[in-house]
Design a protein around this ligand. Structure first.
Ligand code: UDX
Length: 446
């Protein structure tokens, strides 16, 4: 293997494009392929089709340096590179199973290029796929090309653990690299590739079977989501206990090294493009092999109810919501992204509208996506203060930094009723001015 082998990336979404840009920034030659021509045109101009901190700077440089090119011809992408990473989406299918349509079409595109290639080529599945999928993919490629996996080409399953809003940093500083391999040569190649990419920052590398690598990804997401649902369950208990506060409880248990402080932030529930669909897919995997997964089921159940806590607080404060003006602040599923996939804000806004409230929304980045989702059901504000002005109640749904600096005393003066619902524990309860009626997740009455 050359020190930095040229690679192709099939699927230029969050995972693929941030991976492509960070590899190119480390001097790799990267060829990107996607079926969306509009996306390719943007990338060619060094522009990102979505917001992700630090990405556009990297992209612009990668394209102008010539390290990142894009093509509409998958055969050309395979011919000119030593390995192809598949990073297409595996969204939730109708029955909750992972929808593998994009993976199958990427494999077909890849297979055509592979059939014509004389030299060995490595295929790396980086998309999240149910156990058994990578082995089936190897068989499909064998049938398409007449070549043998483990001899004429290699295949690895290499899950990613990127967080949106942190994807560039996470690509460069992973906690570990998991390599599921169909044969030793494939695993050796991918290990060498990561050594060249991450250099001194190389984390532990785990070499394992294809199926274990697939399971690690699902188990990882399920465990993280379970931690959040656990603390949300404790938050709901805290609210009924005078002087209790889930933030303190989380701090206390997080100091136990066996538990750790991460993913114990109580709030209105988890959303996003991964947790919701991956937990559902994992439940389906269990069903398909006849194994009940009660902790995963409970994790999902707790999360399905959690967003409605915001509406319950509003009703507790205002009674009937009909005709009440409610400001919803923060729509993205978490800060530093414009992504609203699986965002809890969608459930909250829809429920408020259903109850007859006049809803005005604001998000620092997600307004274009919000307009596509909510249409004319809601009003759109230009700023947080604009949303709050004249409102009967303000609900904070995403913990954007710009909300943290709001002075609640000033905010209260703008509102018709100074009712603040803190769905993400943005504000310190000890500093709430007496003029504000403050409700927060996990805060007991006092
Ligand atoms: C997640 C995983 O972290 C990542 O490893 C995987 O590859 C993809 O899914 P992401 O969806 O980008 O990443 O966001 P993450 O930061 O994990 O947050 C997911 C959701 O959980 C968000 O809605 C967030 O608000 C919520 N969350 C997270 C909490 O409510 N409390 C927490 O303590 C942490």
């Amino acid at each position: 293997m050359t020190e930095k082998p040229p690679v192709s990336i099939f699927g230029l979404g969050y995972v693929g494009l941030t991976f492509a840009a960070t590899l190119a920034s480390r001097g790799f030659k990267v060829v990107g392929y996607d079926i969306d021509e509009g996306k390719l045109e943007l990338i060619k101009r060094g522009k990102s089709p979505f917001y992700e901190p630090g990405l556009e700077e990297l992209l612009a440089k990668a394209v102008s340096d010539g390290n990142l090119t894009v093509t509409r011809d998958p055969g050309e992408a395979v011919a000119g590179t030593d390995a192809t990473f598949i990073t297409v989406g595996t969204p939730e299918g109708l029955d909750g199973r992972a929808d593998l349509t994009q993976l199958h079409s990427a494999l077909k595109d890849l297979g055509k290029g592979l059939a014509n290639k004389r030299s060995w080529h490595l295929v790396v599945i980086r998309s999240t796929v149910p156990p058994g999928t990578s082995r089936s993919a190897a068989k499909l490629l064998e049938e398409m090309t007449g070549k043998r996996c483990g001899v004429d080409f290699g295949l690895c399953m290499n899950p990613e653990f990127l967080r949106e809003g942190n994807a560039v940093e996470d690509n460069l500083n992973p906690d570990r690299v998991v390599i599921g391999e169909c044969d030793k040569r494939s695993g050796d190649f991918l290990e060498g590739f990561y050594k060249a990419f991450l250099g001194e920052r190389l984390p532990p590398i785990l070499r394992t079977s294809l199926e274990n690598a697939e399971l690690i990804k699902y188990a990882n997401n399920a465990f993280l989501a379970m931690k959040i649902s656990f603390i949300n369950m404790i938050a709901n208990l805290c609210e009924r206990i005078p002087y209790a506060d889930v933030e303190e409880v989380a701090r206390g248990i997080g100091l136990d090294k066996r538990i750790g402080p991460y993913f114990l932030k109580a709030g209105l529930g988890w959303g996003g493009s991964c947790f919701p669909k991956d937990l559902k897919a994992l439940l389906r995997v269990g069903e398909d092999v006849g194994v009940d997964l009660p902790l995963v089921r409970a994790t999902v159940e707790v999360n399905e109810r959690q967003p409605y806590k915001a509406v319950e607080f509003a009703e507790r404060a205002l009674g009937d919501l009909r005709g009440k003006r409610v400001a919803v602040l923060g729509l993205a599923f978490k800060p530093n992204t414009d992504d609203m996939r699986g965002a809890v804000s969608i459930k909250i806004v829809n429920k408020l509208v259903e109850k007859g409230a006049v809803v005005v929304v604001y998000d620092p980045k997600a307004m274009p996506n919000a307009k596509r989702i909510f249409g004319d059901k809601v009003e759109y504000a230009e700023s947080a203060l604009d949303a709050i002005r004249g409102a009967d109640c303000a609900i904070f749904v995403t913990e954007w930094d710009e909300f943290k600096s709001l002075k609640l005393g000033e905010v209260a003066k703008l509102m018709k009723n100074p009712i603040i619902i803190d769905g993400r524990r943005i504000f310190d309860p000890r500093t709430i001015p007496p003029t504000v009626k403050y409700y927060a997740i996990g805060l007991g009455w006092r």
